[in-house]
Design a protein around this ligand. Structure first.
Ligand code: ADP
Ligand code: ADP
Ligand code: MG
Length: 654
């Protein structure tokens, strides 16, 4: 076995690989860019080597620098994690030349599976069912339209070198097939340096279900069941689970056998994932093989009980998998939610900055793979995923309940995050019923995610909780001032006001007036951002923080503003005119902190709805800001190259 390995990655996956290495008694080496000098993966490693400036191309993607880091530290093997160099065959080739072991597949298998056209051909020859279509590079837009028509619309245009949901188009007629081909071609050229495209049938109401396999160097290949990853946004997974609520044992066994056959045909070794698309009739079709550890591998670990990273390391060290397929059983259900630094209310724009509060929840069956900590900075150079929250339960209902409770109890402040969106997603009846498809988010949130007001039953609890919180704060203030605690208050919620009496007897705070009477028990202290309380004996939990002169209470993506005021203050508030809001329709504001790449318009220019005005880059993504209505540009307030704060004015309209 190795004595020291280097992890060529960052974030949660680097930390997760180190955890297993440590348990196996293997020393770990981290690599880091200047943006990550204080990152969690650096703190967790036994040693760390700086490899370059923040941009990935000058750090985490620099093969020479990583090979050199292995040589100076004496690391005998490298785990690549996912992303970065994990699917680049030049990396294992360079390591091999330097006599260092790659904890992953052989470069040849990586190369053939990395090319979706080649992979489909190998799969077909191995008896794997593939999506009907044209499995060769399509030369031009006219040919694309001819082929698409023959396959039958809708079709999917895909890049042979594609990944991360890029370069995909779903045309429904000849004209959009031509246009889609041209756009996908240029997208593929710039993203992958390879513009070969192919076309396949678009499977309607599809479910994404993938099979985890592991192959050793002695000819043994096993599958570890499936993961369903149908909850996607823009072809990127958001929530994943194992087992799939859709598969029966027979389909699972057939898919597993085909995945194993493909791995054997590809000369595969290490962990890999064979992705399938499954239609409403449970017919399944091969999509692609990912030649690496997958982001969502923890759900498989939780239902099978195997540590996939440990098996990868053992295989790389030449050990034989001492398993039998029939011993690999799925127990219970596990669901993973990807926690991103992004703002769902602003069309999921990435968010950056310092994490001022970070308190992951604990609980039975809860696993958190985290790449951050309280006080950490989210840099704008990399993927904005902060952590993965995984829940295991005896069945799907229990796993969902545990995940929902953990999402509600997770305290994060600083950058925006998607906790509320994740909670709202798994709260949908359709999710609970397991009726999933890759269109789920688009169909359930047709207008994006706007958040919601707490429903009335929870609103009543929230009001009682806010009243109790106000009482606790008033008790502290009274102690300091040596005065009695006021008992008469006015609760203000929206346009409603309720005079109320709030008193305490031992551990119980009693509110009368808002409803007949509510009893609240809580151990909340001023400054806590989470409150657990019993309201009339029922356990409840809210996130809470001061907002203006009141409180903001929230749970599962829904919130309520509540003020609990002394009668005089409530009367003064009633007499106050509403503050006029600034007229935002006259300004183009930066929706996020980032770099202003370009401005497409000049003062005096007329613009039409939908016209591109400016490009802002953040988190490696270029975001095009467009005109929301027709108008004339009065003034340009920023220039290309400026770093922008959130809500900074870029343009003024007349
Ligand atoms: P999965 O492994 O489940 O298929 P994705 O395809 O969403 O997950 O994520 C893997 C891809 O996303 C990578 O190939 C890379 O493009 C990107 N990615 C995600 N997280 C990271 C990360 N921490 N560092 C670099 N790339 C990442
Ligand atoms: P990537 O390499 O970007 O992950 P995939 O080929 O795995 O590309 O496709 C990404 C996603 O696009 C899938 O998870 C699925 O949601 C959708 N998809 C891909 N092919 C099809 C198809 N033929 N029909 C319907 N949906 C598809
Ligand atoms: Mg894929």
């Amino acid at each position: 076995m190795f004595t020291k390995i280097l992890i060529a990655n960052r974030g949660e996956i680097a930390v997760r690989v180190m955890r297993t290495a440590k348990r196996m008694g293997i020393k770990t080496v981290a690599i880091y860019s200047d943006a990550d000098a204080d990152a969690l993966h650096v703190r967790e490693a036994d040693e760390a080597v700086r490899i370059g400036p923040p941009p990935s191309a000058e750090s985490y993607l620099k093969i020479d620098a990583i090979v050199a880091a292995c040589q100076t530290t004496g690391a005998e093997a490298v785990h690549p994690g996912y992303g970065f160099l994990s699917e680049n065959p030049d990396f294992p080739t360079a390591l091999e030349k330097a006599g260092i072991v790659f904890i992953g597949p052989p470069p040849a298998a990586m190369e053939s599976m990395g090319d979706k056209i080649a992979a489909k051909k190998i799969a077909e020859a191995a008896g794997v069912s593939i999506v009907p279509g044209h499995t060769d590079a399509v030369p031009d837009a006219d040919t694309a339209a001819t082929i698409a028509k023959k396959i039958g619309y809708p079709v999917m245009i895909k890049a042979a070198a594609g990944g991360g949901g890029k370069g995909l188009r779903i045309p429904g007629d000849d004209a959009s097939a031509r246009e889609g081909f041209i756009r996908a071609q240029s997208e593929a050229r710039s993203a992958f340096g390879d513009d070969r495209l192919f076309i396949e049938k678009y499977i309607e109401e599809p479910r994404h279900i993938e099979i985890q396999i592991l192959a050793d160097a002695h000819g043994n290949v096993f599958h570890f069941g499936e993961r369903e990853c149908s909850i996607q946004r823009r072809h990127q997974k958001v929530i994943e689970e194992a087992p799939s609520p859709f598969l029966d044992d027979k389909t699972r066994a057939t898919m597993g056998a085909q995945a194993v056959a493909l791995a054997k045909a590809a000369g595969y070794r290490s962990a890999g994932t064979v992705e399938f698309i499954v239609d409403a009739k449970r017919k399944f079709y091969f999509l692609e093989m990912n030649t690496r550890l997958q982001v969502e591998h923890p759900v498989t670990e939780m239902v099978t009980g195997y540590d996939l990273v440990e098996l990868m390391i053992r295989i790389a060290a030449g050990e034989k998998l001492m398993l039998a397929q029939k011993d690999i059983k799925l127990t219970g259900s596990a669901i993973e939610a990807r926690l991103y630094a992004e703002d769902p209310r602003r069309n999921f724009l990435p968010s950056i900055g310092r994490i001022s509060r970070y308190r992951p929840p604990q609980g039975d069956g809860i696993r958190i793979d985290s790449g951050v900590f309280e006080g950490a900075e989210i840099p704008l150079y990399y993927d904005p995923m902060m952590a993965k929250l995984v829940a295991h339960g005896a069945d799907r209902a229990e796993a969902t309940k545990r995940l929902a409770d953990a999402l509600d109890a997770f305290v994060i402040r600083g950058p925006s995050h998607n906790l509320g969106f994740l909670a709202a997603t798994i709260a949908r009846p359709r999710f609970r019923e397991g009726r999933l498809s890759t269109d789920f988010i688009a169909q359930e949130f047709p207008d994006g995610f706007t958040g919601a007001i707490l429903p009335p039953d929870q609103g009543g609890q929230a009001i009682a909780v806010a009243a109790a919180v106000q009482r606790i704060v008033a008790e502290r203030d009274a102690r300091i001032a040596g005065a009695p605690v006021p008992e008469r208050w006015v609760i203000v919620q929206g346009d409603s006001r309720y005079p109320a009496t709030i008193v305490r007897r031992n551990e119980t705070i009693t509110i009368t007036g808002y409803t007949a009477r509510q009893d609240v028990m809580t151990e909340w202290q001023p400054g806590d951002l989470l409150i657990r309380a019993h309201v009339d004996g029922i356990a409840t939990l809210f996130q809470i923080e001061p907002r203006g002169i009141g409180w903001l209470l929230s749970r599962s993506g829904a919130e309520l503003d509540i003020k609990v005021l002394p009668p005089a203050a409530a009367a003064a508030l009633a007499g106050m005119p509403e503050k006029p809001k600034p007229d935002l329709s006259r300004h183009l504001l930066s929706p996020m902190p980032g770099l202003l790449v370009s401005i497409a318009v000049a003062a005096g220019q007329e613009v039409k709805t939908g016209e591109a005005l400016a490009v802002v880059e953040a988190m490696k993504m270029e975001n095009i800001l467009r005109a929301e209505r027709d108008g004339t540009v009065a003034k340009v307030c920023a220039k290309a190259g400026d770093s922008l704060a959130v809500d900074q004015i870029i343009l003024e309209f007349a």
